[in-house]
Design a protein around this ligand. Sequence first.
Ligand code: XMP
Length: 323
Amino acid sequence: DWTTGSVIEEQVTAIRELVGDKRAICGLSGGVDSAVAAALVQKAVGSQLTCVYVDHGLMRKGETEQVEKDFVAATGVQLKVVDAQERFLDALKGVSDPEEKRKIIGREFIRVFEQAQAEIIADSGPEVEFLVQGTLYPDVVESGGGTGTANIKSHHNVGGLPEDLEFQLIEPLRKLFKDEVRMVGQELGLPDEIVQRQPFPGPGLGIRIVGEVTKERLDLLREADAIAREELTAAGLDRDIWQCPVVLLADVRSVGVQGDGRTYGHPIVLRPVSSEDAMTADWSRLPYDVLAKISTRITNEVRDVNRVVLDVTSKPPGTIEWE
Ligand code: XMP
């Protein structure tokens, strides 16, 4: 019979046996899966684990700090943070095509991660033999061939495997579903902001800016997104919605009025959806007063945004993300 306690105990024993006195590396993405996988391995082998977090500058407000401070405080894990913001911005310069963005972000991520890996190995000698991955049961089933759903967008999971891999994998979540992973994370004492986090795409805000990705646009979108999340949380709606992408239409401008001046700013799109598994989704019927609050705050507080629109498209035909 299944309890979080027994899962943890079983995994810790197995990991200890496997790793012995060798060393392991784990990439953290800010998401639930990699955090819980890392916390389990940390519990098993302590400082024999080093985590790597690539800061690509495409995270939402506060998320990097959650990893750097809260996750480290909760687990005591050894963490190497790589600030690669400039590098990603440079690589994304002039690029508007969604698939092109995904490819660039995925490619740069792997390069930066491999470099960090090489540095850790250089520091600690050849005894680094294990790579920790937050693979879940549904991922295992999916990559096992399964039903072969059409690959509509290329999905990159940040934390994606380098190709010329010479590590053994540790995948302590291979038998678990998402809700079980959350329970394990909670039992391990991880912060709620990480354990209860809704899905967020690997390429981050890079695919929520329709148009070229720039530092200014990222900062603007981060503000708008933080307001939407804050109000949804305050209204107690986090459990009712699957996720709510906030999208900046950077290539669109519309006319508005503020005080006695004309404005010519960008729209922000709210895309709240309900879903079971992200394969299909419906747009969430959020209370009007919550939408009104979010709209008022975003247009008042975020410079260059003069309009907030609601996406009322189901999936299909729309995807959850705009890119
Ligand atoms: P779509 O937009 O295809 O998204 O309806 C379905 C779910 O997948 C997430 N998503 C991604 N996750 N890397 C990820 O790790 C990606 O490139 C990516 N693209 C979309 C999306 O947030 C939704 O939960």
